[in-house]
Design a protein around this ligand. Structure first.
Ligand SMILES: NC(=O)c1ccc[n+]([C@@H]2O[C@H](COP(=O)([O-])OP(=O)(O)OC[C@H]3O[C@@H](n4cnc5c(N)ncnc54)[C@H](O)[C@@H]3O)[C@@H](O)[C@H]2O)c1
Length: 337
């Protein structure tokens, strides 16, 4: 692209959109935010006020088409992602789309097909754990052969409290989707089947999910076990473990000083995801901007977004049938090899 500063438009200025806009404005050399849009005008105005000189749009299509917008970051609600991402591809604009890429396999497939028609990668999906040091260090050790071949992937995804009651389907497509992506990325292979069990928030609402346990099988026969806890009562954590043929790997604790007092040792746990992944969000947008500036694409691809939804779809079919379900994926196009 050859520009010194990439001019970004942000669509969706809620919780994470505000974090991304702030990071792009203040902590990302080579980037600036020139446009924001949200169907909630007051939210867009508030973020624009924090980003000097930023224009507020009332229509996503107009923001995408604007010649002063070089690249687009999508942080609106899940169901809007696929159509807005396709509009960016058709306008030939690089796009960082928050997870999930879509809310169905069919919609994710439409995004992949649009990118294939464009003939080059324009899409990065917001699976920011790839930029988290604890995850990356574990990944590097595994790839170095430290524990030999991986036999099992485990993760704990622990949330502090219920903001709102979620169905098992939305836990899978909105929350466990992060862990599904981590499993594919860290194990370096595809998932062939999924089986989910869960405990409802209230027995009167069996479709609600307080704790969910997603069992996976990988193409090689390796196993996966992903736990989602909606209400830990103590804070937010993501812990990943891999059992290998020669040993076991566990992600390092998020660094905080140990306090020794009154006969105990204690360590702070981050209250929620904005604190736990603060640096990963910065590194994610910096990586995106650096590649956009070189007219390249990096990080989790539209194909990764699609494959994570293929696994989510098998998990949702498993929730409906009470049985393990095979994943049903198309062939990986050469653009994503
Ligand atoms: N990667 C991560 O760790 C992470 C963390 C949080 C959220 N997310 C994802 O980011 C997205 C936003 O989540 P959030 O927590 O910020 O939610 P939020 O509800 O705080 O913000 C969403 C915003 O999107 C706006 N919006 C809805 N429809 C729109 C449309 N058609 N056009 C423009 N704006 C629209 C809403 O008005 C709202 O301001 C979700 O898809 C979520 O899955 C990712």
């Amino acid at each position: 692209m050859g520009r010194e500063t990439i001019r970004v438009g942000v669509i969706g200025t809620g919780a994470i959109g505000g974090v991304h806009a702030d990071n792009l404005m203040r902590r990302t050399p080579g980037a600036t935010v020139v446009a924001v849009m949200d169907i909630d005008r007051a939210r867009a105005n508030a973020v624009a006020a924090a980003c000097d000189g930023t224009r507020v749009f009332s229509d996503a299509g107009e923001l995408i088409a604007d010649p002063e917008v070089d690249a687009v970051l999508i942080a609106s609600t899940d169901a809007t992602h696929a159509d807005i991402t396709i509009a960016c591809i058709e306008a030939d604009k690089p796009v960082l789309c928050e997870k999930p890429l879509a809310t169905s396999v069919a919609d994710a497939e439409r995004v992949v097909n649009a990118e294939l028609a464009a003939g080059r990668r324009l899409v990065q999906v917001g699976f920011m754990r790839e930029y988290d040091h604890a995850h990356r260090d574990l990944y590097d050790l595994l790839k170095s052969g430290a524990v030999g071949a991986a036999l099992k992937f485990r993760s704990l995804h622990v949330n502090p409290l219920f903001v709102r009651e979620l169905t098992i389907e939305s836990v899978i497509t909105n929350s466990l989707i992060h862990d599904i992506h981590s499993a594919r990325w860290i194990m370096g292979e595809e998932i062939s089947s999924a089986y989910v069990q869960w405990i409802p928030v209230n027995p009167a609402r069996p479709g609600s999910a307080r704790l969910a346990d997603l069992q996976l099988q990988f193409a090689s026969g390796a196993l996966g076990s992903l736990e989602y806890n909606g209400d830990s009562g103590y804070g937010y954590e993501v812990i990943v473990e891999v059992t290998g043929e020669l040993g076991q790997l566990t992600t390092a604790d998020h660094p905080s000083p140990a306090l020794r007092k009154a006969g105990t040792v204690s360590q702070a746990i981050t209250p929620n995801w904005p604190e736990r992944f603060a640096q990963a969000y910065i590194d994610e947008v910096q990586g995106w901007i650096d590649h956009v500036a070189r007219a390249e694409a990096t990080g989790p691809s539209a194909w990764d977004g699609y494959m994570s939804l293929v696994v989510a779809d098998a998990a949702i079919r498993s929730a409906a049938t009470g049985m393990p379900q095979p994943t049903k994926a198309g062939e990986r196009p050469s653009m994503y090899q």
